[in-house]
Design a protein around this ligand. Sequence first.
Ligand code: FAS
Ligand code: PHB
Length: 389
Amino acid sequence: MSTQVAIIGGGPSGLLLSQLLNRAGIETVVLERATRAHVLGRIRAGILEWGTVELLREAGVGARMDARGISHDGCYLTDEDLMVHIDFRALTGRSVMVYGQTEVTADLYSAQDALGTTILHEVSEVEIHDLDSTRSHVTFTHDGQRKRLSCLYVAGCDGFHGVSRKTIPEDRRRAFERVYPFGWLGILSETPPVHDELIYSNSPRGFALASMRSEMLVRYYVQVPLSDRVEDWSDDRFWDEFSARLPSDAAARLVTGPSIEKSIAPLRSFVSEPLRWGNLFLVGDSAHIVPPTGAKGLNLAASDVYYLHDALIRAIRGQGTTGIDGYSERALARIWKAMRFSWQMTTMLHRFDGEDAFAAQMRKATLDHLAQSETARRELAENYIGLPY
Ligand code: FAS
Ligand code: PHB
């Protein structure tokens, strides 16, 4: 088999990169470890930055998002009953889109099918070779056979646990990491949202987030110790704890119901540098992980794709290698800013076990300053809606 760009991983990064490259006439093959159903069954992100929205429209996959997504002009950060409104529209002139990653992935798969692109599912034993020669190749097992895919470039879109990052020699990689001592227990429930905008709640009992997918599907989270398991949390226990962490007037409006999905995700900040190794380019979660407090994970994958797709098109068309030569530095500049924002939101809104009263006062003072200062609110809004690409 031969192609121009081999894409390892068929999540949002891999599918969006394949979509943009194929629309530009560049051939790709996507190698995905899981089944399509498994990829589409993942419940992940819910907020799209304005840059991601525009990129999805440019990729020709914006129609369903524009029809079913919900534009949000702001959100709330709360400290017990203090509710600070961050008015994105007034402060930045922009909004974010509430539209689940699951829907984005489904739209990308449909568009890829329409283009007739090659996506192989249930591949295994992927190995990447000859990254320092003019043609590289990827070997993998599919349908019980060992196969070889020759290519010009390899895009490592295979997430945190993928093979791409580890293909870069360990002594040539530099990792930066912060593992947080808590996780998020998330549920989906077919109930109306407690508020028309998201609420990030900082409570003495711990963090809670009231998000949504539509007018009748909510996505709620509570901070839990890393030792907790999903089976420790009945629906009743979740609703009691979630309600106790909300501002009282929001709690009074809470409509509860059965959970249709319940899972616990650990929180970490992680960056691996560089993003390039010869003909291999790391994209999305294969290179970086952010705590979901800043709603940046999926959106950082999108900005990586934005930078890389343009660079690969130029290189393959013979218009020079400035783009691919500068990809790692350019993408990392935006990644680190999003990393900082996500870390700041996480430390500002979560209680850390064993923290002293001073730490709690710092959180209160930060929220109090946000309440008083339009400048502070604008700084947060600029980061939340997404910094320019
Ligand atoms: P992904 O991990 O989505 O996709 C990688 C793909 O590569 C997967 O389909 C995998 O099967 C495949 N793969 C892995 N190894 C392979 C191999 N060796 N060969 C072939 N294929 C391979 N972000 C937010 O913004 N908000 C959130 O609330 C949020 N919640 C999250 C909750 C959880 C539990 C997790 C894990 C992540 C969450 N994220 C959230 C982040 C998430 O949305 C990612 O940023 C996003 O999925 C990144 O997309 P990809 O880079 O495509 O990586
Ligand atoms: C979600 O809806 O899943 C979501 C929204 C905002 C976040 C994290 C998760 O910061």
